[in-house]
Structure formats: C-alpha cells, structure tokens
Design a protein around this ligand. Structure first.
Ligand SMILES: [Zn+2]
Length: 473
C-alpha cells in the first residue's frame, strides 16, 4: 500500500463477541460438543492488530463467489461456496461477514444452523467435522454492503461510487462483500462471477473468463489460482476504459476510470506495468502470478494504492495534474512478490511487505535514470527517527514511516553488508522458497543467514528496531 492522503486520528474498537469465543482446552459455557472432543473454532485469528478478524478451526482452500450488484439500489446479492479443511475436531465455526443478511447456509449440502455476531457468521453443521475433513460451506446472502471506517488506518471496505462500487482495503475489507476467513494467514484461490448492468465494467483479480449478457445484465468472470490473502481481493465496478492484452504470454488487463483523461498520467503509468514487472522480475525472480494489470479509480475517498493480487488498484491522487507516476506502480508491483506471494503471518511484520516495496521504488528510480538507491539510502538515513521500530510498530503505526522507509533502509543495509550477488540471491531465494505462503521476520533473518553463510541477526536488529542510528555499513 501507498498513501496519498493524511491519516485521521482515532481508532476503531473492534470488539470480539465474548459469547462466540471458546478457548481451546477450557470447558467454556456455550462450547458445544466438548464431551466428544469436538469443539468450536476460535472466533478470531489471535492477531492483536486486527481484533475479531480471521477465525480458527479450519483452513480455506478456495472461494467460489457469485455476486450481483445493482448500483441503482446499492444492493448486492451473493452466494459463496467455500472449500475448507477442518484443522481440529470442529463442532462449530465462524466466518467474518460485516452487515448483510444471510438467508441460508449449508455445510456439505446439508442445512446448517447459523447466527450472527459482531462482524461474524457463526455456523453449526448438523454433525461435527473431524480434523482433516474437507468440507464445503455455501452461504446465500444479500444487502447493502458497507464501508469500513478504520480510523487511523483510513477508509475502505465496500464503497458505493458515482458509477458503481469499489471493494478495497487493508488490513481488512473482504468481509464487507463476502463471508470469509479474513486474515492473511489463511490464503486461498478464488473464482468470481460478478453480474452488473450492461455497459459497466466489473473488474477483479486474476485471469479474465468469459462475459455473458442476458436481460440487460452482464456477468464477468475472474479466476485467481494462486493462493491469495483476503485483503488482496478487490471488486471494482463502474464506467472504465478496459484494455485487455497479453504480456509474457499471460493476460494483462488494465482499466482507468472513464472520467479520467484517456491518455493522461494514469493511463500512461499503467501502460508501463509490463516494463516495470519485467525489471522487478530481473531482480526478485520470476513474476509469481498468471496475470497482470492495474486499475485506476476516480473516487477521491481512495487515498491510497493497494497491491490487490495481480491487479493493483490506484487512487486518483497519484496522478494529479495528469503527471505519470511510475514510482507507485513499481511499489505496488513489487508487492506481488513481497506481500502477495510471500505473505505476512501477523500484521506486526508488515515491514516485510512495505520495506521491500519501498526499496523497489529506489531500485526502479535508479533503473529509470533517477537518483541511485545508495543516494536515496543516504538521504533517508539522515531523515529517520530511530525511536520508531519497523517490526511490531503498533497497530496505529502499521502504515507509518518506520515500516516503509526504515524498512527500506534495512534492506539496503543488508545489501551493503553482504554485497550485490549475495543480496539478490537472498531475495530470489526468499521469493522462491516462500512463494504462495506466509512468513515472519525471523524466517527472513534465518534464510538470509543461511544464504549468506554468516550471522546477520545483529544487523537486522540494529536497522529494524534499534533505538539509535546504526553504523553505516
Ligand atoms: Zn505498500
């Protein structure tokens, strides 16, 4: 993510419904089935940066979503078929779902009891699901989706726009338009069919499928085969100039809001997507997904760009005065390796995403004839507040300077210490060994030490979390 706007003060208090919480090993009141060893899954992922988000007891492998959206009424109708595997003997489990009304739930084609909590859909199947059992959950739902006003973290969720809608946001947004295990630790593949009035575009992640029209409505299909964190899903509906082509043998779909200039800064920046991807691949290793693209929206409430998988979404403010902005494109595309393919396990490690994406801006700038990475490093070093840590920055600072700029400094300090050959070997080993998975800062340090054949923990500590300016390498 990159932001353009100012952050507002305040914070969201996302309460966990205590009634839904059932602690493993405790005979908590309301935990059904304890006597036979079956127990409810946890009601959140246990990540303090996103209280209430995510769930436990199962692992999703695939979301098959079929949604219909009518901009004239702002009403969304959906059916989600979720394929998951029980990771414990499961009597009951939660999905995250914000607002919307659920009309029916089935588990393995049998009607299941369901009730709602605060941002939760609680599903009780007819019979317990043994650990290791794969099952499908089908949820029929409808309603007017809502935005997420995340206080200091900015606004996202499902935004109704002048010509359609945009569903977007980090650290969470997906639960505003489909039931989901809404934490990046549970990645899954996606198929999406989205039906909108004829004439509007309906854009999402991955490879485009066929478009079918009937009775004034058009259904667009999208498929993301690589595991995707839920916050990296997006849905963009409206009047867009969509350009469909191929790059390196894979589909490339870019779209710019029709209200923005046809050959302006936004369109010219997106047109560089292929060249920037190829440059980054030469540094980071093969591009991890089977499609490319980007979407520029016109709604000023999107004051950021987000690395939605295979197809980042950019807010209009990056292209003010119609200037091109390849830097933000380089940042979001770098996330395809750092954040999207190799995803964080806990949000406190978000520097693993933003430090590398910020560093990619320096790499691209140097490649594009601008300032060298070394010069950017020196300027940033002089400007850094070393009292702010990159790791465990605190929820309110998860999009702060220490995560982005200090993270980039740490990456360049590593490069200076181990040399270019070893540095880029570390990066390529990371993106290949950890592809399609999740990782932590400790995983990165261990991998870097293994590839470099030397101790690097003190270096990472000094540059990421030390309280004073580290010695220049
Ligand atoms: Zn970013």
């Amino acid at each position: 993510m990159v932001r353009t706007g100012r952050r507002s003060a305040g914070s969201r208090l996302a309460a966990i419904a205590a009634a839904l919480t059932c602690v493993v090993g405790l005979a908590t009141t309301g935990c059904t089935g304890d006597s036979d060893g079956f127990r409810p899954g946890a009601a959140d992922a246990g990540d303090p940066y996103v209280p209430g988000r995510g769930n436990g007891g199962y692992d999703v492998s695939h979301y098959d979503l079929d949604v219909r959206y009518d901009p004239s009424t702002d009403r969304l109708t959906g059916r989600a078929v979720i394929t998951a595997t029980a990771t414990q003997d499961l009597s009951r489990f939660n999905l995250d779902l914000a607002g919307l009304t659920v009309s029916a739930v089935t588990v393995a084609d049998a009607r299941a009891d369901h009730r709602r909590g605060d941002g939760e859909l609680v599903v009780t199947p007819r019979a317990g699901l043994p650990r290791g059992r794969q099952f499908t959950v089908a949820v029929d739902y409808a309603g007017v989706p809502t935005a997420v006003d995340d206080g200091s973290l900015g606004s996202g969720g499902f935004l109704h726009t002048a010509d359609g809608a945009v569903a977007l946001g980090q650290p969470d947004s997906a639960a505003t338009w489909f039931p989901v295990n809404d934490h990046p630790s549970d990645k899954a593949s996606y198929d999406l069919a989205v039906t909108v009035p004829d004439g509007l575009a309906a854009l999402s992640n991955g490879v485009p499928g066929p478009k079918n029209s009937a009775d004034g409505w058009t259904t667009w299909h999208w498929s993301e085969r690589a595991p995707m964190a839920s916050y990296l899903s997006t849905l963009v509906i409206g009047d867009y100039r969509v350009v469909t082509g191929t790059h390196a043998g894979r589909p490339m779909v870019t779209a710019v809001a029709a209200s923005l200039p046809a050959t302006g800064g936004a369109a010219r920046s997106l047109a560089r997507t292929g060249a920037i991807v190829d440059f980054l691949a030469s540094r980071f290793g093969p591009y991890p997904f089977d499609s490319y693209g980007g979407i520029v929206v016109a709604d000023d409430r999107i004051g950021y760009a987000l690395e939605t998988q295979s197809r980042p979404v950019y807010g209009p403010a990056f292209f003010t005065d119609d200037r091109p902005n390849p830097s933000v494109v380089a940042h979001e595309l770098a996330h395809q390796w750092f954040g999207d393919s190799v995803s964080l396990t806990r949000w406190s490690d978000i520097w693993l995403n933003e430090g590398f994406a910020s560093y990619a801006e320096w790499l691209w700038e140097e490649h594009d004839g601008g300032r060298t990475a070394q010069r950017n490093f020196e300027l940033q070093y002089a400007a850094t507040d070393w009292s702010q840590p990159s790791v465990e920055p605190g929820r309110e600072s998860m999009f702060g300077t220490a995560v982005y700029k200090r993270g980039a400094l740490a990456v360049h300090a590593l490069r200076r210490t181990v040399g270019d050959d070893t540095f880029f070997r570390i990066l390529r080993t990371w993106t290949s060994e950890r592809a399609a998975g999740n990782a932590t800062t400790s995983d990165l340090v261990a991998l870097a030490e293994r590839v470099a054949g030397r101790q690097l923990r003190p270096l990472f500590d000094a540059w990421l979390v030390g309280g004073s300016a580290p010695t220049l390498p």
